[in-house]
Design a binder for this molecule. Structure first.
Ligand code: SF4
Length: 376
C-alpha cells in the first residue's frame, strides 16, 4: 500500500531578512503576499489527489500571514487531500512580539504544533545573527502558545554562530529546556553561497566556529538534552517521548510528500521534483493554470536505495535491513559491504542486529557518511 503523503506549504515572506539565510524568502510586501496566497490556492486546487497524513507550513516566516489566511490553506488542504482531523499541522513561526496576538487564531484555524525560530537565547548572538527578537519575546511566545492551547511546541537553535562559546551555548540549551517545550532542533550554522555571511566568512573566517568547536557544541547539545529527558531521534532533532515531528519522520522514511509553493519539493511515485525559486514565475504559472516551472528526476534502482539509506541513517533507528529487503528488494549489508566495512572501521557506523546506525561521531559528520552510500 502506498503510504499517505506529507503536505508541505511554503510561505516565503519574512518581516526582515537574516544575513545567513539561503531559503526561498522575501521581505514582506502586501501586494506580493496577497498575490502569492492566491497563487498557492490556485496550485492547491489543481494539485494531484494524494491522501495526506500531515501538514507543515514552512518558510520564510509563515506567521507573517494572518491566522485566517493560514486557516484558509488548512481548510483547502483538508478538503482536497482528506487530511485526517487529528493530523499534525505544524506552523513555523518567529518569536516577534506581534506573534503572541496571532496564536489563538492559529490554534483555532487548526494548527496544533508550533515550531519557533529562536536560534539563541543570548542577545549578542541574536544581534550577530541579524535577529530582532529578544529572549523575553521567546518566553512570551511559549507562554502565549500554551494559553492558546498548543500542546506541542518546538524551538529551533543554531550552534556555531560567530562569538558563540561552549558556555553561551549551554546557557541557550538550558533556557530552551527551562521553557518546558516538547521538541528542540539544533542546527549547525552553514555558510551559504551568495549570503552576507558568505562575504563575511571570505573576509574573516576566524570569526566563525571551526570544526572542533562545532563538534564540542554538538556534543554539548547531545549531553544536555539527553540529561533533560529528550530523545535524540534524528541528527538535528530531539523530542520528549511521543513528540517526534511526524511530518519530518515521513521524509526520513522516504515516504511520499507533496510540496506546494515557490521552491517547494515533492516526492511522488518515485519522482522527485522541485518548483522554481523565482517568485514571479511561480505566481504567474500557478495563477495561469500552467505547470509550475522547475526540475524533476525519476529516482530508480541504486539512486533510490542510496537516497533511502541516506535518509534512514539520519534517524536513531537507522536503516532497518529487513524493512529495506521488503521495500526495495535488496540486502543492504551485502550490497554495500565495502562501504559499510570502511565506515565501521572509521568508527562512524555500527552494523548489527538488523540495523545500520550512525555512531555519535558519525552523526556529526553525517553528510560525509551518507554521501558514501550515494556514491557507491
Ligand atoms: S532565517 Fe527565517 S526569518 Fe530569517 S530570512 Fe530566513 S526564513 Fe526569514
Amino acid at each position: 500500500m502506498t503510504p499517505s503523503a506529507g503536505i508541505y506549504v511554503h510561505l516565503p515572506f519574512c518581516p526582515y531578512i537574516c544575513p545567513y539565510c539561503d531559503f526561498a524568502k522575501w521581505a514582506w510586501d502586501d501586494a506580493k503576499a496577497a498575490r502569492y496566497l492566491d497563487a498557492l490556492h490556485a496550485e492547491l486546487a489543481a494539485a494531484p489527489h494524494v491522501a495526506a497524513r500531515t501538514l507543515f507550513f514552512g518558510g520564510g516566516t509563515p506567521t507573517t500571514y494572518r491566522p485566517e489566511e493560514i486557516g484558509s490553506v488548512i481548510d483547502a488542504v483538508r478538503a482536497r487531500f482528506a487530511l485526517p482531523a487529528d493530523a499534525e499541522v505544524s506552523v513555523e513561526a518567529n518569536p516577534d512580539p506581534s506573534l503572541v496576538a496571532k496564536l489563538a487564531g492559529l490554534r483555532e484555524a487548526g494548527a496544533n504544533r508550533l515550531s519557533v525560530g529562536v536560534q539563541s537565547f543570548q542577545p549578542a548572538e541574536l544581534r550577530v545573527l541579524g535577529r530582532r527578537h529578544t529572549p523575553a519575546d521567546v518566553e512570551d511566545v511559549v507562554r502565549g502558545a500554551r494559553e492558546a492551547g498548543f500542546g506541542n511546541v518546538s524551538l529551533d537553535l543554531i550552534f556555531g554562530a560567530p562569538g558563540q562559546t561552549e558556555e553561551s551555548w549551554a546557557a541557550s540549551l538550558d533556557a530552551a529546556i527551562g521553557l518546558g517545550v516538547e521538541h528542540v532542533s539544533c542546527y549547525g550554522l552553514t555558510i551559504e553561497e551568495g549570503t552576507p555571511y558568505a562575504t563575511w566568512f571570505a573576509r574573516d573566517p576566524s570569526a566563525f566556529a571551526g570544526e572542533s568547536l562545532e563538534a564540542r557544541l554538538y556534543a554539548l547539545a547531545i549531553d544536555r538534552l539527553r540529561a533533560a529527558g529528550f530523545e535524540h531521534y534524528e541528527i538535528s532533532n530531539w523530542a520528549r517521548p511521543g513528540f517526534r515531528c511526524r511530518h519530518n519522520a515521513g521524509y526520513w522514511r522516504n515516504d511520499p510528500y507533496l510540496g506546494l509553493g515557490v521552491g517547494a519539493a515533492s516526492y511522488l511515485d518515485g519522482v522527485r521534483s522541485t518548483h522554481t525559486r523565482e517568485l514571479g514565475a511561480y505566481a504567474q504559472a500557478a495563477l495561469g493554470g500552467q505547470p509550475i516551472p522547475g526540475e524533476s528526476e525519476q529516482l530508480e534502482g541504486p539512486a533510490r536505495v542510496g537516497e533511502a539509506i541516506m535518509l534512514a541513517l539520519r534517524t536513531a533507528e537507522g536503516v532497518d535491513t529487513n524493512r529495506f529487503r521488503e521495500r526495495y528488494g535488496i540486502d543492504v549489508l551485502e550490497t554495500y559491504r565495502g562501504v559499510v566495512d570502511d565506515l565501521v572501521a572509521a568508527g562512524v557506523l555500527v552494523a548489527g542486529e538488523g540495523a545500520l546506525r550512525l555512531t555519535e561521531r558519525g552523526r556529526f559528520v553525517a553528510n560525509d557518511v551518507c554521501g558514501a552510500f550515494l556514491a557507491d
